[in-house]
Design a protein around this ligand. Structure first.
Ligand SMILES: [Fe+2]
Ligand SMILES: [Fe+2]
Length: 191
């Protein structure tokens, strides 16, 4: 049955698990948990790229994740985690080189996220499979591929180094800022 031009799908259990804000007591644990959720996103993007029908609920969930969760995560890293580590890591850690690459990947990810949002919104309007939208399938597959690489580098290099270099006070200050960032956000359905 063609989904047609209907309103938003009814709420149901999310395919991506909710953000574990209780973990913010230890922001590094929270970053690992968010990375796990981003891996779930990558799996779902590949599922959508292969599907010959549009899962409207999933499309809406993916749009919300890209617009909200991923934006907050990149702010957490670029405005809090990376600057804090720049202050604490000695030159021999050579972390600046890593942050330059990761920040460039964030920028590339933003471009792909915008392309995916535009394509998924069009797919929802027209009731067509995501794979049928020009460029959407490619954007979903490219994002999943590059995001997995990005997550692997952050999990294997950045977060373990942060654990060694950041002090309990640093982590506390970071947790305060990350909580404040979320408090400023309008409440989101299912969040
Ligand atoms: Fe990350
Ligand atoms: Fe990142």
């Amino acid at each position: 049955m063609c989904a047609g031009n209907k309103g938003p799908p009814p709420p149901e259990k999310s395919r991506i698990e909710p953000s574990s804000t209780a973990l913010l007591d230890d922001p590094l644990d929270f970053f690992f948990a968010e990375h796990f959720r981003q891996r779930e996103l990558c799996n779902l993007l590949e599922e959508m790229a292969r599907a010959d029908r549009l899962d409207r609920r999933l499309a809406a969930e993916v749009i919300a994740f890209l617009r909200h969760d991923l934006v907050l995560h990149i702010q957490d890293e670029e405005e809090d985690l990376y600057p804090m580590m720049r202050r604490r890591c000695p030159p021999e850690d050579e972390i600046e080189r890593v942050f330059t690459a990761l920040t460039a990947e964030h920028a590339g990810g933003r471009v792909l996220a915008e392309r995916m949002n535009t394509g998924l919104e069009a797919a929802l309007r027209e009731g067509r499979a995501g794979a049928a939208q020009s460029g959407l399938r490619e954007a979903m597959l490219e994002f999943a591929r590059s995001e997995r690489r990005h997550l692997a580098l952050e999990n294997a290099v950045v977060l373990p180094l942060a654990r060694r270099r950041l002090t309990p006070k640093d982590l506390e200050a970071m947790a305060v800022r990350m909580r404040a960032r979320r408090a400023q956000e309008p409440a989101r359905e299912g969040a």
